[in-house]
Write a protein that binds this ligand. Structure first.
Ligand SMILES: C[S@@+](CC[C@H](N)C(=O)[O-])C[C@H]1O[C@@H](n2cnc3c(N)ncnc32)[C@H](O)[C@@H]1O
Length: 212
Protein backbone atom coordinates (compact mmCIF):
# COMPACT_ATOMS: atom_id res chain seq x y z
CA UNK A 1 0.00 0.00 0.00
CA UNK A 2 1.56 3.34 -0.96
CA UNK A 3 2.27 5.69 1.95
CA UNK A 4 -0.24 8.21 0.64
CA UNK A 5 -3.03 5.69 0.08
CA UNK A 6 -6.36 6.69 1.55
CA UNK A 7 -6.76 5.45 5.11
CA UNK A 8 -9.78 5.09 7.35
CA UNK A 9 -12.33 7.90 7.63
CA UNK A 10 -11.43 10.89 9.78
CA UNK A 11 -12.43 10.44 13.39
CA UNK A 12 -14.45 12.90 15.42
CA UNK A 13 -12.47 16.00 16.31
CA UNK A 14 -11.57 16.19 20.01
CA UNK A 15 -14.48 17.56 22.03
CA UNK A 16 -12.66 20.74 23.01
CA UNK A 17 -12.19 21.66 19.36
CA UNK A 18 -15.92 22.22 18.88
CA UNK A 19 -17.50 21.08 15.65
CA UNK A 20 -15.69 21.72 12.41
CA UNK A 21 -19.04 22.79 10.97
CA UNK A 22 -19.52 25.62 13.46
CA UNK A 23 -20.06 28.95 11.73
CA UNK A 24 -17.40 30.60 13.87
CA UNK A 25 -14.99 28.17 15.53
CA UNK A 26 -14.13 29.32 19.06
CA UNK A 27 -10.88 27.38 19.19
CA UNK A 28 -7.81 29.60 18.94
CA UNK A 29 -6.09 29.92 15.61
CA UNK A 30 -2.85 27.98 14.93
CA UNK A 31 -2.18 28.26 11.20
CA UNK A 32 -0.28 25.46 9.52
CA UNK A 33 -0.14 23.84 6.09
CA UNK A 34 -0.70 20.45 4.47
CA UNK A 35 0.44 19.08 1.14
CA UNK A 36 -2.17 18.10 -1.42
CA UNK A 37 -0.40 15.54 -3.62
CA UNK A 38 -2.30 14.16 -6.58
CA UNK A 39 -1.09 12.59 -9.83
CA UNK A 40 -1.63 15.94 -11.59
CA UNK A 41 -1.05 18.45 -8.81
CA UNK A 42 1.19 19.09 -5.83
CA UNK A 43 0.38 22.12 -3.74
CA UNK A 44 0.74 23.31 -0.18
CA UNK A 45 -2.54 24.44 1.40
CA UNK A 46 -3.06 26.66 4.44
CA UNK A 47 -5.10 25.10 7.24
CA UNK A 48 -5.91 25.93 10.84
CA UNK A 49 -7.52 24.57 13.96
CA UNK A 50 -11.30 24.53 13.94
CA UNK A 51 -11.62 23.27 10.35
CA UNK A 52 -12.19 19.76 9.04
CA UNK A 53 -9.11 17.52 8.71
CA UNK A 54 -6.62 20.30 9.37
CA UNK A 55 -3.63 17.95 9.82
CA UNK A 56 -3.82 16.02 6.55
CA UNK A 57 -5.85 15.82 3.40
CA UNK A 58 -8.84 13.70 4.36
CA UNK A 59 -8.47 10.22 2.81
CA UNK A 60 -12.00 10.37 1.35
CA UNK A 61 -11.24 13.72 -0.27
CA UNK A 62 -8.06 12.32 -1.73
CA UNK A 63 -9.87 9.29 -3.08
CA UNK A 64 -12.52 11.56 -4.65
CA UNK A 65 -9.84 13.59 -6.37
CA UNK A 66 -8.02 10.51 -7.66
CA UNK A 67 -10.80 8.01 -8.47
CA UNK A 68 -13.69 10.18 -9.68
CA UNK A 69 -14.56 10.31 -13.35
CA UNK A 70 -13.17 13.30 -15.25
CA UNK A 71 -14.90 16.66 -15.10
CA UNK A 72 -17.78 16.87 -17.56
CA UNK A 73 -18.05 20.67 -17.62
CA UNK A 74 -14.56 22.16 -17.41
CA UNK A 75 -15.92 25.46 -18.79
CA UNK A 76 -18.99 25.48 -16.57
CA UNK A 77 -20.00 26.36 -13.03
CA UNK A 78 -18.55 24.02 -10.43
CA UNK A 79 -19.20 23.89 -6.69
CA UNK A 80 -17.16 22.42 -3.86
CA UNK A 81 -19.98 21.96 -1.33
CA UNK A 82 -18.63 22.04 2.22
CA UNK A 83 -15.20 23.15 1.03
CA UNK A 84 -13.32 23.27 4.34
CA UNK A 85 -9.93 24.81 3.56
CA UNK A 86 -10.58 24.02 -0.10
CA UNK A 87 -8.66 20.96 -1.35
CA UNK A 88 -11.45 19.94 -3.73
CA UNK A 89 -11.95 23.48 -5.05
CA UNK A 90 -8.20 23.92 -5.56
CA UNK A 91 -7.99 20.68 -7.55
CA UNK A 92 -11.03 21.69 -9.63
CA UNK A 93 -9.51 25.12 -10.28
CA UNK A 94 -6.29 23.47 -11.43
CA UNK A 95 -8.13 21.01 -13.69
CA UNK A 96 -10.64 23.52 -15.05
CA UNK A 97 -8.94 26.93 -15.28
CA UNK A 98 -11.81 28.42 -17.32
CA UNK A 99 -14.57 27.28 -14.94
CA UNK A 100 -16.48 29.43 -12.48
CA UNK A 101 -15.84 27.78 -9.13
CA UNK A 102 -17.75 28.31 -5.91
CA UNK A 103 -16.22 26.92 -2.73
CA UNK A 104 -18.96 27.03 -0.08
CA UNK A 105 -18.81 26.40 3.65
CA UNK A 106 -20.69 27.52 6.78
CA UNK A 107 -17.45 27.67 8.74
CA UNK A 108 -16.09 31.19 8.25
CA UNK A 109 -12.54 30.24 9.17
CA UNK A 110 -12.71 27.53 6.49
CA UNK A 111 -14.06 30.05 3.95
CA UNK A 112 -11.15 32.40 4.67
CA UNK A 113 -8.62 29.58 4.29
CA UNK A 114 -10.23 28.36 1.06
CA UNK A 115 -10.16 31.91 -0.31
CA UNK A 116 -6.44 32.14 0.45
CA UNK A 117 -5.79 28.71 -1.07
CA UNK A 118 -7.68 29.72 -4.22
CA UNK A 119 -5.76 32.97 -4.66
CA UNK A 120 -4.51 33.20 -8.22
CA UNK A 121 -7.43 31.25 -9.66
CA UNK A 122 -9.40 34.08 -11.25
CA UNK A 123 -12.67 32.18 -11.67
CA UNK A 124 -12.79 30.80 -8.15
CA UNK A 125 -14.25 32.25 -4.96
CA UNK A 126 -14.97 30.97 -1.46
CA UNK A 127 -18.19 32.04 0.25
CA UNK A 128 -20.59 31.35 3.10
CA UNK A 129 -23.89 29.79 1.91
CA UNK A 130 -25.66 33.09 2.72
CA UNK A 131 -23.60 34.72 -0.04
CA UNK A 132 -24.54 32.25 -2.78
CA UNK A 133 -26.92 33.89 -5.28
CA UNK A 134 -30.34 32.26 -4.93
CA UNK A 135 -30.59 31.82 -8.72
CA UNK A 136 -27.16 30.20 -9.14
CA UNK A 137 -27.25 27.39 -11.71
CA UNK A 138 -24.58 24.73 -11.45
CA UNK A 139 -23.08 22.11 -13.76
CA UNK A 140 -21.22 20.01 -11.22
CA UNK A 141 -21.18 19.77 -7.45
CA UNK A 142 -18.22 17.97 -5.95
CA UNK A 143 -18.39 17.20 -2.26
CA UNK A 144 -17.11 15.33 0.72
CA UNK A 145 -20.39 16.19 2.45
CA UNK A 146 -20.90 17.05 6.12
CA UNK A 147 -22.38 13.72 7.28
CA UNK A 148 -22.03 14.70 10.93
CA UNK A 149 -24.65 17.45 10.70
CA UNK A 150 -27.19 14.60 10.85
CA UNK A 151 -29.50 13.05 8.32
CA UNK A 152 -32.30 15.65 8.21
CA UNK A 153 -29.85 18.54 7.76
CA UNK A 154 -27.79 16.60 5.21
CA UNK A 155 -30.87 15.70 3.19
CA UNK A 156 -32.01 19.33 3.24
CA UNK A 157 -28.55 20.47 2.12
CA UNK A 158 -28.48 17.98 -0.75
CA UNK A 159 -32.06 18.90 -1.73
CA UNK A 160 -31.12 22.58 -1.89
CA UNK A 161 -28.03 22.02 -4.00
CA UNK A 162 -29.44 19.30 -6.24
CA UNK A 163 -32.18 21.75 -7.21
CA UNK A 164 -29.48 24.12 -8.50
CA UNK A 165 -28.13 21.62 -11.03
CA UNK A 166 -28.66 22.30 -14.71
CA UNK A 167 -30.51 19.48 -16.54
CA UNK A 168 -27.25 17.82 -17.67
CA UNK A 169 -25.57 18.43 -14.33
CA UNK A 170 -24.43 16.05 -11.66
CA UNK A 171 -23.16 15.75 -8.11
CA UNK A 172 -20.08 13.67 -7.27
CA UNK A 173 -19.98 12.69 -3.61
CA UNK A 174 -17.56 10.70 -1.49
CA UNK A 175 -18.94 9.02 1.63
CA UNK A 176 -17.57 6.17 3.73
CA UNK A 177 -19.83 3.17 4.19
CA UNK A 178 -19.37 3.45 7.96
CA UNK A 179 -20.80 6.96 7.70
CA UNK A 180 -23.92 5.83 5.86
CA UNK A 181 -22.92 5.87 2.18
CA UNK A 182 -25.26 3.06 1.23
CA UNK A 183 -28.30 4.44 3.04
CA UNK A 184 -27.57 7.84 1.46
CA UNK A 185 -27.46 6.11 -1.94
CA UNK A 186 -30.85 4.50 -1.24
CA UNK A 187 -32.33 7.82 -0.10
CA UNK A 188 -31.09 9.58 -3.25
CA UNK A 189 -32.68 6.88 -5.44
CA UNK A 190 -35.89 6.92 -3.41
CA UNK A 191 -36.21 10.66 -4.02
CA UNK A 192 -35.94 10.15 -7.78
CA UNK A 193 -32.32 11.17 -8.33
CA UNK A 194 -30.52 8.72 -10.61
CA UNK A 195 -27.50 7.65 -8.55
CA UNK A 196 -24.59 5.42 -9.55
CA UNK A 197 -21.76 4.09 -7.43
CA UNK A 198 -18.90 4.97 -9.78
CA UNK A 199 -16.12 3.69 -7.52
CA UNK A 200 -15.70 1.85 -4.25
CA UNK A 201 -12.38 1.60 -2.47
CA UNK A 202 -11.28 1.16 1.13
CA UNK A 203 -14.86 1.50 2.33
CA UNK A 204 -15.43 4.76 0.51
CA UNK A 205 -18.19 5.07 -2.07
CA UNK A 206 -18.06 7.58 -4.88
CA UNK A 207 -21.62 8.42 -5.83
CA UNK A 208 -22.60 10.22 -9.01
CA UNK A 209 -26.04 11.80 -8.71
CA UNK A 210 -27.53 13.06 -11.98
CA UNK A 211 -29.81 16.08 -12.11
CA UNK A 212 -32.48 14.07 -13.88
C1 LIG B 1 -16.44 16.45 5.51
S1 LIG B 1 -16.02 18.17 5.55
C2 LIG B 1 -15.16 18.35 3.99
C3 LIG B 1 -14.25 19.55 3.93
C4 LIG B 1 -13.38 19.67 2.68
N1 LIG B 1 -14.19 19.65 1.47
C5 LIG B 1 -12.35 18.59 2.63
O1 LIG B 1 -12.51 17.71 1.79
O2 LIG B 1 -11.39 18.61 3.43
C6 LIG B 1 -17.60 18.93 5.28
C7 LIG B 1 -17.65 20.44 5.35
O3 LIG B 1 -19.02 20.86 5.19
C8 LIG B 1 -19.20 22.05 5.94
N2 LIG B 1 -20.63 22.28 6.13
C9 LIG B 1 -21.45 21.86 7.15
N3 LIG B 1 -22.70 22.29 6.95
C10 LIG B 1 -22.69 22.98 5.79
C11 LIG B 1 -23.70 23.68 5.04
N4 LIG B 1 -24.97 23.74 5.46
N5 LIG B 1 -23.34 24.29 3.89
C12 LIG B 1 -22.05 24.25 3.46
N6 LIG B 1 -21.07 23.60 4.12
C13 LIG B 1 -21.38 22.97 5.27
C14 LIG B 1 -18.39 21.80 7.19
O4 LIG B 1 -18.08 23.02 7.86
C15 LIG B 1 -17.17 21.07 6.63
O5 LIG B 1 -16.12 21.97 6.35
Amino acid sequence: VPADAPGPPASHPPADHGHYFDDDPQVSSAPTSVELTLPDLSVSLSTDRGVFSRDRIDPGTKLLLIDAPALESPDGTLVDLGCGYGPIAVALAHRAPRAQIWAVDVNRRAVALAAANLAGHAGARAVHPDDVPSDLEVDEIWSNPPIRIGKPALHELLDTWHARLRPDGRMVLVVHRHLGADSLHRWLESTGRPTTRVASRMGYRLLEVRAE
